[in-house]
Design a protein. Structure first.
Length: 670
C-alpha cells in the first residue's frame, strides 16, 4: 500500500496536469459581442480584440474569433505563453468568411504603423498557434477603399521609391524576441512552437526599397506580410527560434516582402570568431510549407539564420519584384537549409517600370553567409532572371578575402527545372567556392536570350557543373549566350548535354553530348509543379540515360521521386530511369467529366471505351498544389470519385492518368 504522502503528491500532479489540459475557451464576435460579457460561450462573446489584449492567457487556452467578423484598427497583442503539448490557440468559430483583422480603420487612417510591431504581434512568447484569420493593413483613402490594390507598386510623379508617400512601418504578423527570459527570470533564450496556419495576409502597405536604411520611417526589408526577428539585444543574450511552422498561408499584395526571418544583430556563419555566436543564435526546426505568395513588391521570402533542420517546401511564389528589384526566395546567414518542391515564376525585376534593373530577378538566391544550402526538386519559369543567383560569399568582418575558408561548403542546385527563364539563368556573382550545379534541365524557347551560365568577372568562383541538360531553341546569333570570367575562375564542367543552338563561348566539356536528349514533351510546362512536368522525363533510347557522372551524395531522389543509386552511373537531367513511353492524351470527345460544376461532392469520369488497370486521379488548384489524389483499379468505362468536402469554390485542374494515357481537364467547384 502506498503511503499517504505519495498518494497526495500523485493526486496533486494529476490535478495540475488536468488543469493544464482543460484550459479555457474565449469567444469574440464583432457584431453580437459585448466586452461586459464573460466571453466563455458563443452566447456571451466579447466584442473587441482590445479586450483580449487586457488578458494574460496560458496553457491550452483557446481564443476563437467569429467567422464573418471584422475588426478595424485593432491590434491583436495579448500576453502569455502556452506549454509544450498545450499551446495557446487562436482560431475561428462558426461558418462563413475568415474573421478579418484590418489594421486600418476610421480611427487609424494610416494603418497600424507602430514601430517593430504588426497587426498581430507576439513578443517573447511561445507555444502559440494562430489559424484561419484574414489580416490586412493599408492606409484608408477614398481610392484604396474602392480598390486596395491601386496603392501598391506605384511610384509618385518623379518615379522614385524613397518618397513613396504611402509607405510605412507596417507588417501583417510580427513575432519578436529580445533578451528573452522565462517567467522565473532565469535564462531561457529559445522561443518554441509558433505555428501560423491557413492565414490570408494581404494588402500590407509597407515600404518599398532596396537598402537597409530607413525610408519614410521604415526599413524596407522589415516590412511586409510576416516578420520573425530577434531584435538588437544586449551582448549577453542569445535569443532564438525553434519549432516554427508557417503552413498553408496566402500572402498577397505586400511591400516590401512576403515573409522574412532575421536576427538583427547580423551574426554570420561561418565567420571566424562569430561561429560560436551564430551557433548560439541559429534558428532550428523552421518549416515554411504549402504557402502561396504573390504580388509582392520585392522578395517573396528572406530566410536568414536557419540551420540544417530548416525546410522550405511546396511553396508557390509568383508576381514578385513588382516594385523594385529582388530575388524571389533568398537566404542569408544560413547553413544547410533545404528548399524543395517549390515553384517560382513571373519575377518582374527587369520588366516592371517602377524601379526595374538588370539585377536580382531569380527564383533562388543563396546570399551573404549562405553555406551548404540545398535547392532541389523545384520549378523555375518565366522569371526576369533564372533559377540560381549565387551570392554566397562569407561577408564577415572576420574574413575580408571574399573567399570562404577551406572547410566551408558551397550551396547546391540539383534536380530542378528552369523553363524559359530570362537574364542570368545560373549566375555566380560574389566570390564563392564549392557550389554544386548538377542534374538540372534548362529549357530555352525561341525568341528569348538568357545568359545560361554567367560569372561576375571581377570576383573569384569555384564550382562544379555536372549532368545538366541545356535544351536551347533560342535564335542563333542573337539568342542565349554564356559569360565567363577570364581570371580567377575554377570551374569543373562535365557530362552535360548541350542541345539545339550552340552560341559562341559554349563551355568545353570532356564528356559533352550535343544530340537530342529525347524528352517526352519538352517545353510543355505551364503553371503548376505537380501537374505538367512529365515532359522532362526521357524516352527509351535517350543518350542521357546512364551517361552521367556519378555523384554519391545525390539527395536520394530524382525530380519525380524515383530513388537514386549511390553507386550506379546516373542519367543526365532530372529523370532517373530507363525511359518512359510518351503519354497519349485522351481527346475531348473520349472522356467526359460530370457534373461540372461539381455538386454534392461527387464527380463521374466517363470514357468512350472500357479501360482496365490502375488509374491515378489528382486535383490541383490554380497554383499547382495537389489538393486531392486517389489511386484506383478500374475495370469499366466509368469512375466515380468523392473529393474532400472542404474544397473552396473555384476552378481546379483534374488530371487522370494511367500507363498509356493522360488527361488534364478543368473542374469547377461551386
Amino acid at each position: 500500500m502506498k503511503n499517504s504522502s505519495s498518494i497526495k503528491l500523485f493526486c496533486i500532479m494529476v490535478m495540475f496536469i488536468s488543469n493544464i489540459c482543460i484550459g479555457a475557451t474565449y469567444y469574440i464576435d464583432s457584431v453580437a459581442g459585448l466586452d461586459s460579457n464573460n466571453g466563455t460561450t458563443t452566447a456571451t462573446p466579447w466584442k473587441n480584440i482590445a479586450k483580449i489584449n487586457t488578458m494574460t492567457f496560458g496553457a491550452n487556452d483557446k481564443i476563437l474569433l467569429k467567422c464573418g467578423s471584422v475588426w478595424y484598427g485593432q491590434q491583436l497583442k495579448f500576453s502569455g505563453s502556452g506549454l509544450a503539448n498545450f499551446p495557446i490557440v487562436i482560431d475561428q468559430y462558426g461558418t462563413g468568411a475568415k474573421p478579418i483583422l484590418n489594421g486600418s480603420g476610421p480611427t487609424k487612417p494610416n494603418g497600424i504603423t507602430t514601430v517593430d510591431q504588426g497587426v498581430v504581434y507576439l513578443y517573447n512568447q511561445d507555444y502559440i498557434e494562430i489559424n484561419n484569420l484574414e489580416i490586412t493593413n493599408y492606409p484608408i483613402t477614398a481610392a484604396s477603399t474602392a480598390n486596395p490594390s491601386s496603392i501598391f507598386f506605384i511610384g509618385i510623379s518623379d518615379g522614385t521609391l524613397n518618397n513613396n508617400p504611402l509607405g510605412a512601418d507596417r507588417r501583417g504578423v510580427m513575432i519578436a524576441l529580445k533578451d528573452k527570459v522565462t517567467t522565473t527570470n532565469t535564462a531561457s533564450s529559445v522561443c518554441n512552437h509558433i505555428y501560423l496556419k491557413n492565414l490570408y495576409i494581404h494588402h500590407i502597405k509597407g515600404q518599398l526599397g532596396n537598402g537597409s536604411s530607413a525610408v519614410n520611417g521604415a526599413i524596407p526589408k522589415k516590412t511586409g506580410g510576416i516578420y520573425l526577428t530577434v531584435l538588437n539585444e544586449s551582448s549577453s543574450s542569445n535569443s532564438r527560434f525553434n519549432d516554427i511552422l508557417i503552413d498553408g498561408c496566402e500572402i498577397a499584395y505586400s511591400e516590401n516582402i512576403g515573409l522574412a526571418f532575421d536576427n538583427e544583430d547580423n551574426v554570420y556563419y561561418p565567420g571566424g570568431n562569430e561561429i560560436a555566436q551564430w551557433t548560439a543564435r541559429k534558428f532550428t526546426n523552421m518549416k515554411v510549407s504549402n504557402n502561396t505568395i504573390h504580388h509582392i513588391g520585392k522578395n517573396a521570402m528572406i530566410i536568414r539564420c536557419t540551420d540544417e533542420t530548416g525546410l522550405i517546401e511546396r511553396n508557390v511564389c509568383y508576381e514578385t519584384a513588382l516594385g523594385t528589384t529582388g530575388n524571389t526566395m533568398f537566404t542569408a546567414r544560413a547553413k544547410g537549409t533545404v528548399f524543395q518542391y517549390n515553384e517560382g515564376y513571373f519575377n518582374r525585376a527587369a520588366t516592371q517600370n517602377i524601379d526595374s534593373g538588370n539585377i536580382d530577378g531569380s527564383m533562388y538566391d543563396p546570399d551573404f553567409g549562405s553555406v551548404g544550402v540545398i535547392f532541389q526538386y523545384s520549378y523555375s519559369h518565366d522569371n526576369s532572371h533564372g533559377i540560381y543567383w549565387g551570392c554566397n560569399t562569407r561577408s564577415s568582418t572576420n574574413n575580408t578575402s571574399g573567399i570562404p575558408d577551406p572547410e566551408d561548403v558551397g550551396c547546391t542546385l540539383r534536380y530542378c527545372i528552369s523553363q524559359n527563364d530570362r537574364g542570368g539563368i545560373v549566375y555566380f556573382n560574389y566570390s564563392s567556392a564549392g557550389n554544386e550545379i548538377y542534374n538540372n534541365v534548362f529549357y530555352i524557347k525561341s525568341g528569348i536570350s538568357p545568359t545560361i551560365i554567367k560569372e561576375n568577372s571581377g570576383n573569384q568562383h569555384a564550382y562544379r557543373f555536372y549532368n545538366n541538360i541545356i535544351y536551347n531553341l533560342s535564335n542563333a546569333g542573337s539568342g542565349a549566350s554564356y559569360s565567363f570570367g577570364s581570371t580567377g575562375q575554377s570551374r569543373d564542367i562535365k557530362n552535360n548535354i548541350f542541345y539545339g543552338n550552340h552560341p559562341s563561348g559554349e563551355p568545353q566539356d570532356p564528356a559533352k553530348l550535343t544530340t537530342d536528349p529525347k524528352f517526352v514533351n519538352p517545353g510543355a510546362g505551364v503553371v503548376g509543379i505537380n501537374a505538367i512536368l512529365d515532359g522532362y522525363k526521357l524516352l527509351p533510347g535517350s543518350p542521357a540515360i546512364s551517361s552521367g557522372k556519378l555523384i554519391t551524395s545525390n539527395g536520394g531522389f530524382d525530380f519525380y521521386g524515383s530513388v537514386l543509386s549511390a553507386s550506379a552511373i546516373p542519367n543526365r537531367g532530372v529523370y532517373e530511369g530507363t525511359g518512359t513511353m510518351s503519354n497519349t492524351v485522351w481527346s475531348d470527345d473520349s472522356i467526359a467529366i460530370y457534373p461540372n460544376p461539381i455538386k454534392d461532392n461527387k464527380v463521374t469520369i466517363s470514357f468512350n471505351k472500357s479501360i482496365s488497370g490502375p488509374v491515378s486521379i489528382g486535383l490541383y488548384n490554380l497554383s499547382g498544389q495537389l489538393v486531392y489524389k486517389t489511386n484506383l483499379v478500374v475495370v469499366d468505362s466509368k469512375i466515380e470519385i468523392q473529393p474532400d468536402t472542404n474544397l473552396n469554390s473555384g476552378v481546379y485542374l483534374i488530371r487522370i492518368e494511367n500507363d498509356a494515357s493522360i488527361s488534364n481537364s478543368k473542374l469547377v467547384v461551386e
